[in-house]
Write a protein that binds this ligand. Structure first.
Ligand code: NAP
Length: 268
């Protein structure tokens, strides 16, 4: 039996074990995917243990996506540029790192027919997830990208790195009527009392709001609803990042629909 794992802190709410184990079963692969709660102080020992025990693949989630890179033998170009790894493949005692958050996000944009090429995009949030989003938008040749964040200095630093334009939250209302796509790459909406971090203004009817958060009703969902714009939660990104990881490990692309059905049950 081949062994796979996900490490995070905390980890008990992760959907990935349900999804990956269902795909292994569906593809008739003798494998098991196990969640491990790993404190950052134990990350090095954990990485060594996976090698010693002959694990074949690992997913890393919050807070390990950047710290794990220290123990990886080789990372692909996207993971290096984004600065985080969420998928590791182990072969002959060596660890290879990938970032499937960005590719899963790109896959989901394509699946939802959200046009990015040449479009005007506003990204809110400047943490780890925003880095993958910016990389994907650049790859997809977005026409114009504005980046904003609660802490403007963080947005300014990240904007410089990815050659996009940083804007303060006070400038967002003037941009809203003109943007084609608004992406919430922040944790705004994870807490019940979170409010929209900028003043609301009407969006184009054809605009889309893409929220990386997948299990909450966020202020970004309300923003889309009030303008009659399309709204997409991060469920598709979550499933697609897992599918890309599965493909890296097994060479097979799994059935997205199986995961979508499971996700509905998981989050009910
Ligand atoms: P992170 O590195 O901790 O960054 C958090 C970001 O959210 C920062 O920009 C922070 O702003 C901002 N923020 C936090 N609370 C806020 C609030 N109440 N109002 C406005 N801004 C707030 O986290 P991350 O890894 O980037 O993840 C961001 C979100 O994306 C999380 O909710 C995560 O669950 C989600 N995510 C989803 C997927 C998926 O597959 N769907 C994948 C990855 C991440 P400051 O700089 O001002 O602190």
């Amino acid at each position: 039996m081949k062994l796979y794992a996900i490490i995070g802190y905390p980890i008990k709410h992760s959907f990935s074990p349900l999804m990956q184990n269902a795909w292994f079963k569906e593809e008739d692969i003798d494998a098991l995917y196990i969640p491990f709660e790993v404190h950052h102080s134990n990350l090095k020992k954990t990485a060594e243990a996976f090698k010693t025990l002959g694990f074949c693949g690992i997913n890393a989630t919050i807070p390990h996506k950047t710290a794990i890179m220290k123990y990886i033998d080789s990372c692909d170009k996207a993971a290096k540029t984004i600065g985080s790894v969420n998928t590791i493949s182990l072969k002959n005692g060596k660890m290879y790192g990938f970032n499937t958050d960005y590719s899963g996000f790109s896959d989901d944009l394509a699946a939802k027919k959200i046009k990015v090429r040449g479009g005007k995009v506003l990204v809110f949030g400047a943490g780890g997830a925003a880095r993958g989003v910016l990389y994907a938008l650049k790859q997809a040749k977005a026409g114009k990208i504005w980046l904003s964040n609660r802490t403007i200095e963080t947005a300014e630093k990240l904007a410089k790195e990815f050659a996009v334009k940083a804007v303060g939250t006070d400038r967002i209302p003037a941009l809203l009527p003109d943007v084609d796509l608004i992406i919430n790459a922040s944790a705004c909406g994870m807490k019940k009392d979170d409010v929209l971090p900028f003043e609301q203004a009407p969006l184009k009817k054809s605009a889309a709001v893409y929220d990386l958060i997948y299990n909450k009703k966020t202020p970004f969902a309300a923003l889309a609803r009030k303008s009659g714009a399309k709204y997409f939660s991060g469920e598709g990104m979550l499933i697609n990042q897992g599918a890309r990881a599965f493909e890296i490990w097994t060479g097979k692309y799994p059935d997205i629909k199986t995961a979508a059905t499971l996700f509905r049950r998981f989050s009910a």
